[in-house]
Write a protein that binds this ligand. Structure first.
Ligand code: KG4
Ligand code: ZN
Length: 345
């Protein structure tokens, strides 16, 4: 069953073709990074216009790369929220058009459910229950998917998302947008214990996190050093900031996994591409005897394959979305259908 997945919720114009919700046949990503870089972040109006220009070429590229034609596509899935409303509208309008023109099923997908389902693309069908750390530019939350598929957000950032913190600190350090990969690269040569940045919410026993204080601490430390003439070693600052952020995310994830007694942790979203976070989460899961599933880096950042995987999963459960479905920038997660555990390769 070949499903086309379309993702335009933020600054990637992405289209992919996925077989049975499990095997990626093509994954075309039209990045808008160069367009937003001069502004230091995503400009919603620029994103919407760019999606309009980049989307149909991305559809063509996905078809060519997969060696398939429109005749082979059996359903179309698209992100309907959360995200930038104007950006979402472009993908949803295109997906509806394709579904009507081809007479195939249409599925509206939750962006974060897409990130979770990316775990299926390289690791096989997802076995519930899992605890998912969804960590991206717009979200940082811990979602518990119970054995019956029920989705409960058990913890989340009370202020900035992790990707937002990476991007803001990077901007302050004079690094280009998006800052996450830049800090990741710079931190590789720095000393993570050089500066003791605060580990916010470290001692509380809920699963929420806070990143605004860490971001402010980095800015304050840089200003202090500028004023006193103390040297500023950018790799050390990057590594120390990253370590503080990673330590708290790993700690809270393990705390929740232990309390909920889940055997598997899924980590997904753009920040899950971070090298230090991947290594630290792996080590913590190994210590605790839990399985960690993390998509490869290109499938952590926004892509169409994850949307196709999530759409296929719902289609297999007999779901369809109505063609008058609206985009919803604040869309809530829904329970995962039971087929997640019954799908076989
Ligand atoms: O999931 P995503 O592509 O888009 C959203 O749904 O937000 O995540 C983008 C975020 C950006 O903030 C970016 O800086 C961050 O993910 N990111 C990283 C890395 N790669 C991307 N953060 C830390 N380390 C990375 N290697
Ligand atoms: Zn995302």
């Amino acid at each position: 069953m070949l499903v086309m997945g379309i993702e335009t919720s933020c600054d990637e114009t992405a289209v992919a073709l996925v077989e049975d919700g499990l095997v990626v046949r093509s994954n075309a990503v039209g990045s808008q990074i160069d367009l937003h870089r001069p502004y230091g972040g995503v400009v919603p109006e620029v994103a919407s216009r760019a999606h309009l220009e980049l989307l149909l070429p991305a559809v063509d590229r996905a078809l060519v790369e997969s060696g398939c034609s429109y005749d082979d596509v059996e359903a179309v899935a698209v992100t309907v929220g959360p995200g930038l409303v104007g950006a979402l509208l472009v993908g949803v309008a295109a997906a509806k058009g394709i579904a009507v023109a081809r007479g195939i099923p249409f599925l509206g997908v939750h962006h974060l459910e897409g990130h979770v389902m990316a775990a299926q693309l390289e690791h096989g069908p997802l076995e519930l229950p899992v605890l998912a750390l969804l960590i991206s530019g717009g979200h940082t939350s811990l979602v518990h998917y119970a054995a019956d598929g029920t989705a409960t957000t058990v913890g989340q950032t009370i202020d900035d998302a992790a990707g937002e913190a990476f991007d803001k600190v990077a901007r302050y350090l004079g690094l280009p947008y998006p800052g996450g990969p830049e800090i990741d690269r710079l931190a590789a040569t720095g000393d993570p214990s050089a500066i003791a940045f605060p580990r916010a919410m470290w001692s509380t026993d809920d699963y929420d996190t806070s990143l605004a204080g860490l971001k402010t601490a980095v800015v304050r430390e840089l200003r202090r050093r500028e004023a006193t003439g103390e040297p500023i070693d950018l790799p050390d600052v990057a590594a120390s900031f990253q370590e503080a952020l990673v330590e708290v995310q790993v700690y809270k994830t393990q705390l929740a996994a232990r309390a909920l007694d889940v055997p598997t942790v899924v980590m997904a979203g753009g920040v899950a591409a971070n090298g230090r976070l991947r290594a630290a989460m792996q080590a913590a899961c190994d210590d605790a005897g839990r399985r960690l599933i993390v998509p490869s880096k290109p499938l952590c950042t926004d892509n169409g394959a994850m949307i196709a995987a999530a759409g296929a999963n719902r289609l297999l459960a007999g779901e369809r979305s109505p063609l008058d479905i609206a985009v919803d920038p604040n869309l809530a997660l829904r329970p995962l259908p039971q087929t997640v555990r019954r799908t076989t390769l």
